[in-house]
Design a protein around this ligand. Sequence first.
Ligand code: ATP
Ligand code: MG
Length: 288
Amino acid sequence: MTTITGARMNDDIRLTLTQAQRLRELGADPIELERAFHSVADRDAAFKRAEDDLARAGRQHLGELRERRRAPQLVELELELRRTLIDAGFVQVVTPLIIGGEALEKMGVGHGHPLRQQVFWLDDGRCLRPMLAPNLYTLLRRLGRLWSRPFGIFEIGPCFRRDSKGSRHLNEFTMLNLVELGLPQEQCGARLEELADVVVKSAGLREYTIARTVSEVYGPMLDIEVGGAEVCSAAAGPHPLDGNWGIVEPWVGLGFGLERLIMAREGYPNIERAGRSLTYVDGVRLNI
Ligand code: ATP
Ligand code: MG
C-alpha cells in the first residue's frame, strides 16, 4: 500500500476549486474535473488548454447562433414541440401568467400545502403561476361545451416557483402542458405513454424511463425520467380535483419542463445553461 506513496501524492494534485469552477461554468465534462496531475505545472498548463478550448468552442457556437440559427435552443425546442403537437391534432392556447389564489386552492394547493411556500405572491392575493394546470382545467371545461370529443389542448410558457436553488431548479422555467379530454377511460393509460413518447422523441431524446410516483397535487402519477432526472410528470383522470373544475370525463395530462429536456439532451450538468439568463446565451457562458 505504501509503495505507491509517490503516485498517491501526485494523485492529490487536482484542479483548484477556482479552476474547477471556471471549467464547470464553461461546460467542461464533469469527469475531466476529477483528473489528477503529475505536477502543479502540468495541472496549470492543462487548465489553460482546457479553458482556451472551451472558450473557442463557445465563441464558435455563438457564431453559428448569429449566422445561421438566430434563435436559442429553448425557442427552437418550443417551436419543434409546437409543430409536433399541432400535427398530432392538439390546439395551442395562451393563458395568463398571473392567476388568482383561489385557482391554486381549487388545485388542492391551499394553506399548509408545501407548494404554497414556493409561490411568488403579488400584493393583491394573486400570484405568478407555478403551473399551467388551473388555466388548462378552465379552458377544458369552457371549450368542452363547444367541441366534440376527444380534443386536446396545450400551452407552452413560463411558470414560477421559489424552488430551492439547485442544479435542476430555476425560479422561472418553461412548462409544456398538454391535456386531452373525453377519450374512453380504458385507453387513457396507453394514450399517456404514447403522448410521452411523442414529446420526448420530438425533443431529440431517445432513452427515457417511466417511474410511478405520488404527487402532492395529483396523487398517483407517471414521471418520465432521463438519466435519473425527472423531465415530466403525467396523470390521468377522473381525479378527485376534477369536481372543482366542472370536469366529469376521463382525461390525460402531461407537464414537461423544457429546460430539463434541453439539459438532458445536451448533457448539461446545470439547468441554468438551458434557461432564461443574462450569464449564458444558448448555453454558452458569456465571460469567455
Ligand atoms: P421536482 O420534483 O423535480 O422539483 P416537480 O415534481 O415539483 O419537480 P412538477 O410539478 O411535476 O415538478 O412539474 C412538471 C415539470 O416541470 C417537471 O417534471 C420539471 O420538468 C419541470 N419543473 C418543475 N419545477 C421546475 C423548476 N423549478 N425548474 C425547472 N423545471 C421545473
Ligand atoms: Mg413532478
